[in-house]
Design a protein around this ligand. Structure first.
Ligand SMILES: Nc1ncnc2c1ncn2[C@@H]1O[C@H](COP(=O)(O)OP(=O)(O)OP(=O)(O)O)[C@@H](O)[C@H]1O
Length: 485
């Protein structure tokens, strides 16, 4: 381990120890996933099972297009339509609403506002996620702890735009750690990082797992050094599980199917080649040996053991396609308070954040000033002396209407146009019940059967409509002015 990693490790372990997570074991059984409906339906996952234990860092490994992200999205509750199967937390069927509070999902790309410093970013997130019930001093100490945990204390006053890829990734992880999730899902946390930063990031994840959390990460082509940090390996090929168990047992397991990993060869590279079919059609053998993830390959005994079996009776949960078990009386629905921070706190915190980003983004602010000034001049020329005459009362009304339109569109347009880019951020925040627990952007698009291209077309349509309203308004007004003269 190089000096860089050791520094991160020694910084991280005691600090993470203070952020203890409840032990939640995640078990899933017979997960099927079909993308799209009707003619375009495509089966992606074929009855996968598995178990991810708390205190373990699990890697989901597999070639591109094998179904890693699909599986993780289903387990995280991000994807529900088209998915079937049973998902349990500590042997009890997953309740999606509760599970979203217990888990966090960190996407591959870091969607961070570049103008804020680490300090400001974490404090803003703490104010929103921890809410008013946690005192200001407690919030501050939690922020300090998270920064120390992630080794970000030294760069606390650096703006996000100037951070390295590794620091951005650690910040994304830190933001999710604030509300102390018990299960952490990470989609390709090492993508775009150099080997040293990747090791540092995975070492951090292992320390987080050691504090009693379940940490699951999809990973692409890990080096053998990186692989050593993981406790548990779950290998996916063509939507099925071909191995589940400790890293050290992978090579002996492959030997049972007459697949000999060459000496000094990275087992991860070898198993990827196997998964891609370079060693013949061995996938059915491997899938049936491990029973598509129902079994865990044991390192010590060189054998497989059966996962704890979930109870059989089930009905379909209305929020998901995943089945849930019915036992005894159904408890009365409790009203769950979705926002930790009050409405006023949210408004105040977000206004402050917006003000900071606007103030620091001088270029955008100048462009906005110029745009409004030019628009103001245009409106002025169009309605010049319109209000002097009582007969022009209609012009006054139309000017007020026009101004309202400008204010409305000018303020909503940036949000509307950047919505697809922001979608992942919203999605993540949605999962953590941060700001918008009931507004699921992906669901919103699915509901209206919209993909991103149709979304863009609707934005273009709105723009055309806006321009048409303005042009007709202008001609109608000049015609009216002429007829009045
Ligand atoms: N909505 C969809 N419609 C059609 N095909 C889909 C859809 N979603 C996923 N797929 C397909 O399912 C397969 C698995 O996708 P997934 O993103 O889970 O793979 P992956 O293992 O995570 O790949 P990568 O490592 O490249 O991200 C891919 O072939 C993908 O094209």
């Amino acid at each position: 381990m190089d000096a860089h990693i050791e520094m991160a490790g020694s910084d991280v372990v005691p600090a993470v120890g203070n952020l203890i997570g409840a032990s939640l074991h995640l078990t899933f059984r017979d997960i099927y996933y079909t993308a799209n409906k009707g003619k375009n339906a495509r089966k992606i996952l074929h009855g996968m099972s598995g178990t991810f234990k708390s205190g373990h860092l699990t890697a989901i490994l597999g070639p591109s297009g094998a179904g890693k992200s699909s599986l993780m999205n289903i387990l995280a509750g991000l994807r529900t339509s088209g998915a079937e199967g049973q998902i349990q937390v500590n042997g009890v069927d997953r309740k999606l609403k509760k599970f979203r509070k217990q888990s966090a999902y960190i996407t591959q790309e870091d969607h961070l506002l570049s103008n804020l410093t680490i300090d400001e970013y974490i404090m803003t997130a703490a104010n929103l996620k921890l809410g008013n019930k946690v005192s200001s001093s407690e919030r501050k100490s939690k922020v300090e702890l998270v920064m120390k945990t992630l080794g970000l204390t030294h760069s606390r006053h650096t703006q996000i735009g100037s951070l390295s890829g590794g620091e951005c990734k650690r910040l994304s992880i830190g933001l999710e750690l604030l509300n102390n999730p018990d299960i952490l899902f990470l989609d390709e946390p090492t993508s775009g990082l150099d080997s040293s930063s990747s090791l540092q990031c995975v070492a951090l994840l292992r320390d987080i797992a050691r504090s009693g959390r379940t940490v699951v990460a999809t990973i692409h082509q890990p080096s053998s050094r990186l692989l050593d940090y993981f406790d548990h390996l779950y290998i996916v090929a063509s939507g099925m599980c071909i191995y589940q168990g400790p890293i050290g047992s992978l090579v002996p397991y492959l030997q049972t199917a007459n697949l000999e990993c060459p000496s000094y060869h990275n087992p991860a590279d070898f198993v990827m080649d196997v998964a891609c079919g370079e060693y013949g059609d061995v996938l059915p053998v491997l899938v049936s040996t491990i029973e598509n993830g129902r079994l865990v390959y044991q390192e010590i005994y060189g054998s497989t053991s059966v996962m704890p079996s979930p109870p059989p009776k089930s009905r379909t949960d209305d929020a998901t396609d995943v089945t849930i078990t019915v036992t005894g009386n159904i408890p009365k629905k409790k009203k769950i308070k979705t926002y930790p921070a009050s409405f006023h706190t949210q408004v105040a915190v977000l206004l402050e954040r917006t003000w900071r980003t606007m103030w620091r983004d001088k270029m955008l602010t100048k462009v906005r000033f110029v745009t409004h000034f030019v628009l103001g001049l245009l409106v002025d020329t169009m309605y010049w002396l319109g209000g002097d005459d009582a007969a022009s009362i209609l012009n006054n009304a139309s000017m007020l209407f026009f101004n309202l339109l400008v204010i409305l569109f000018a303020s909503t347009m940036p949000t509307v146009v950047t919505f697809p880019m922001e979608r992942n951020v919203l999605l993540r925040e949605h999962l953590n019940h941060c700001y918008c627990p009931n507004r699921h952007p992906q669901k919103f698009l699915e509901h209206f059967n919209m993909d991103e291209s149709s979304y863009y077309w609707s934005v273009v349509g709105m723009l055309v409509f806006f321009i048409a309203v303005r042009v007709t308004g202008y001609f109608a007004l000049s015609f009216k002015l002429k007829s009045m003269r």
